[in-house]
Design a protein around this ligand. Structure first.
Ligand SMILES: [Zn+2]
Ligand SMILES: [Zn+2]
Length: 289
């Protein structure tokens, strides 16, 4: 999804939420609705900080470029370290990793909520400035905003919002958390999908990407076959890895003279006990007169 689409859809969903609040007896103020929509729009670009060519990665020049490269690298290493299936596939570019999960959105919202609870406007103000600046970068083309247009507009808007908010800040973590979540939900509508449910292990992978077409099960036999192929592609139990696993287990079976095999734990324990069995036999032979 393009930055502009993320901004508009998340801002629209914030406004829809605000329109719903009066029905449960909590009508939001106009400033919460409008400023919240702008903050949500900007925050909806945050998850792509794992990708050096994204709007947020360009937003602060070389500094944010380097940050995006670091985060992408760390995200790729995290996938390899925490999932044996991903370890078999090796490092990827890290894009659409940890920053595209429900857990990430929740952690961002909770950290911000505690920051706002502790020091109020000193956290809320800079967050409003940064996210509104991002929203302007996401929505307006370069020709219209110029080099400093987004930062200057965001600074003026932040002063106006801080005055209008009158010390009420609950909506800032809500808007940022929702923006981050809306981004991942939006990306999960793509074919590639995102690991939304991390760290749940789905089909053998903790970083299993839930995408719109992956959940689609066709009705005809042909489309079921196509769906099965899609499931198989990029998934742990694709034919090649299953084949190599079978080969490995049969080799271990031969080496260990019929030691129990089956579950991965059994296999690895028989592999580990292999030298001891061999050593035991050798020492028994040597002990023989
Ligand atoms: Zn994304
Ligand atoms: Zn995996």
């Amino acid at each position: 999804m393009m930055a502009r689409t993320h901004c508009w859809t998340s801002a629209a969903s914030w406004l829809a939420g605000c329109a719903f609040l009066p029905t449960i007896g909590h009508p939001p103020s106009i400033s919460v609705a409008l400023a919240g929509a702008a903050v949500t729009a900007g925050a909806s670009l945050i998850p792509d900080i794992d990708f050096p060519r994204s709007t947020i990665s360009w937003s602060g020049g070389p500094a944010t470029q380097r940050l995006a490269q670091r985060i992408g690298g760390a995200s790729a290493r995290l996938q390899v370290l925490t999932c044996e299936h991903c370890a078999r596939r090796g490092l990827n570019d890290g894009h659409r990793g940890i920053t595209h999960t429900l857990v990430f959105a929740a952690v961002v919202a909770l950290l911000l909520a505690s920051g706002v609870a502790l020091v109020g406007g000193w956290v809320a103000g800079p967050v409003i400035w940064a996210t509104v600046g991002l929203a302007v970068r996401g929505v307006l083309p370069w020709q219209l905003r110029g080099r400093f247009g987004a930062s200057v507009f965001a600074a003026v808007a932040t002063v106006a919002v801080v005055v209008a908010s009158d010390g009420v800040w609950w909506w800032v973590p809500a808007a940022v958390g929702w923006g981050v979540l809306a981004h991942s939900l939006g990306d999960s509508l793509s074919v590639a999908g995102v690991p939304l449910l991390w760290p749940l292990r789905l089909r053998g992978c903790r970083w299993y990407r839930t995408g719109l077409r992956r959940w689609h099960v066709g009705t005809s036999r042909q489309s079921q076959g196509a769906a099965a192929r899609r499931w198989g592609r990029g998934h742990p139990r694709d034919e090649r890895s299953a084949g190599s696993e079978r080969e490995q287990s049969s080799r271990i079976l031969r080496l260990s003279d019929g030691a129990p095999s089956g579950s991965p734990r059994h296999r690895s324990s028989s592999r580990r006990s292999l030298p001891t069995v061999e050593q035991g036999r050798r020492s028994a032979r040597e002990a023989r007169p």
